[in-house]
Design a protein around this ligand. Structure first.
Ligand code: FAD
Length: 424
């Protein structure tokens, strides 16, 4: 039996084979490195257009053309459907990278991946849903979400509208106050009551596709931040075959997949936005120091505070991503392949505090950056501008209101047993 090859030996072997074949030898890179390099290329494009996207409150077309060209929209689709099968942790890294260039681009990308995760986790045994995943890979489809509803507010776990199913076909009509990039999506995942008789909390999640989807725009999106998400309101009417309704109750989809994936990917986006702002503060600080050699500029204390807060965010995110990586490895190895993602991603309360802590700390970080950069940060169009970052991040505590989440966390904590040292 051959001894296992070291990484160096594998690389040597690979080079020898390729050189024999007369090919140019590109440096071997881990698949994750390829995806990261692709995300960095897109982030550069997104950054070039971010101010215009923000000013005009328009969809970041250039960034999404680039994401499609790099085949990043199917990054999280399992390999058996033709996707890259990236882990949640890798996709979070892509989100964080994109957020350095344009927060709206990163948030749209994150929201799309949340929908992909819901279909992959809860629909992959259904032929119609399998077909959607395959088509998504081929066509680089973009998926959106309609969970919120008029008169319901941010209570995602209740619906007023109900799906009608007759002779294997369904029809749904929903008044959706906010569907980010709804007008640009190829499909929308919609929550609704299971039947007209069902209570508000007995919900299903329906995968609706362009072609069988009617969207009447109700109002515009002239918001404080995240302006490129084009999160307009719509009257949504859709129909199709009953297989489009995911078989898992929405309560389980939300607990097992939608919330943990949302909170992780959103946290990655907000960390990326804050990190880009801190880079601007560092550049400003260095320019100040160069202007007066021999002295430490007065904003040094604030910069140290901002960097410390950012590092806490990164550390908190890293804990969540390590758990996600371990879950991905366990699934790939077949161990726990049937276990819901949430069971492997720590407690729901941990996911809640990930969201609430990172969303509020990101704002604190950028506020510090604004104090460091002063007018150069306050004005738009300078290399130190952070107005867009600050406005974009003000959406973070609202995207499922932090007060609402904190109330839920408090209930979960009541149910938890006291723990020993080392855990909250
Ligand atoms: C940038 C952005 C993009 C979005 N994209 C989408 C999308 O694509 N699809 C979608 O469906 N939705 C989307 N949303 C909507 C979002 O997910 C929430 O549903 C929405 O922000 C909540 O709206 P709200 O603040 O009016 O309601 P609520 O969360 O209901 O808040 C209203 C008020 O209720 C208070 N409140 C707090 N806790 C509670 C509680 N426990 N019970 C009752 N009230 C409480 C709040 O403090 C607040 O004062 C998006 C939001 C943003 C900011």
């Amino acid at each position: 039996m051959n001894a296992p090859l070291t990484e160096q030996a594998v690389e040597h072997e690979r080079r020898a084979l390729t050189e024999t074949a007369g090919a140019v030898v590109p440096p071997a890179r881990a698949p994750e490195a390829e995806w990261l390099a692709a995300a960095q290329r897109v982030a550069q494009i997104a950054a070039q257009h971010a101010d215009h996207v923000d000013r005009e409150a328009r969809f970041p077309v250039e960034a999404f053309d680039a994401l499609k060209a790099e085949r990043l929209l199917s990054a999280m689709v399992p390999e058996r459907f033709g996707g890259a099968g990236l882990s949640l942790a890798d996709v979070a890294t892509v989100c964080e990278t994109l957020a350095h260039g344009c927060a709206s681009t990163a948030m749209i990308y994150a929201m799309h991946q949340i929908q992909v995760a819901c279909i992959a986790q809860h629909g992959s045994a259904v032929p119609w849903q399998q077909h959607v995943l395959t088509r998504l890979v081929e066509q680089q489809w973009l998926l959106a979400s309609a969970t919120s509803e008029e008169n319901i507010g941010g209570s995602m776990r209740t619906s007023a509208c109900a799906v009608e199913v007759n002779d294997g076909r369904f029809r749904i009509e929903k008044m959706a106050p906010t569907i980010s990039y709804g007008a640009h999506a190829d499909g929308i995942l919609v929550t609704a009551r299971r039947t007209a008789e069902s209570p508000a909390s007995d919900q299903v999640l329906i995968v609706t596709l362009l072609g069988d989807l009617e969207l009447d725009k109700r109002g515009t999106w002239d918001a404080m931040g995240m302006r490129g998400t084009c999160s307009e309101g719509f009257r949504l009417v859709a129909g199709g075959v009953a297989e489009q309704i995911l078989p898992t109750p929405f309560a389980d989809i939300a607990d097992q997949t939608m919330l943990p994936v949302s909170h992780t990917l959103w946290a990655a986006v907000w960390t990326g936005v804050a990190s880009d702002a801190v880079n601007r503060a560092k550049a400003f600080f260095r320019a100040q120091a160069r202007a007066k050699p021999g002295s430490v500029p007065p904003a040094g204390m604030r910069l140290a505070t901002a960097v410390g807060l950012l590092q806490m965010m990164q550390a908190r995110l890293a804990v969540a991503l390590d758990a996600a990586r371990a879950a991905h490895r366990a699934r790939a190895a077949g161990a726990g392949s049937d276990a819901p993602l949430s069971a492997m991603l720590n407690f729901a309360s941990d996911m809640n505090t990930l969201k609430t802590s990172i969303s509020s700390t990101a704002l604190d970080v950028v506020q510090e950056v604004l104090m460091i950069c002063g007018m150069a940060g306050y004005k738009n169009g300078t290399e130190y501008s952070v107005g867009r970052h600050l406005r974009d991040l003000h959406s973070a505590p609202l995207m499922i209101n932090n007060d609402r989440i904190a109330q839920n966390t408090a209930s979960l904590l009541l149910a938890q047993r006291p723990t020993g040292p080392g855990r909250a």
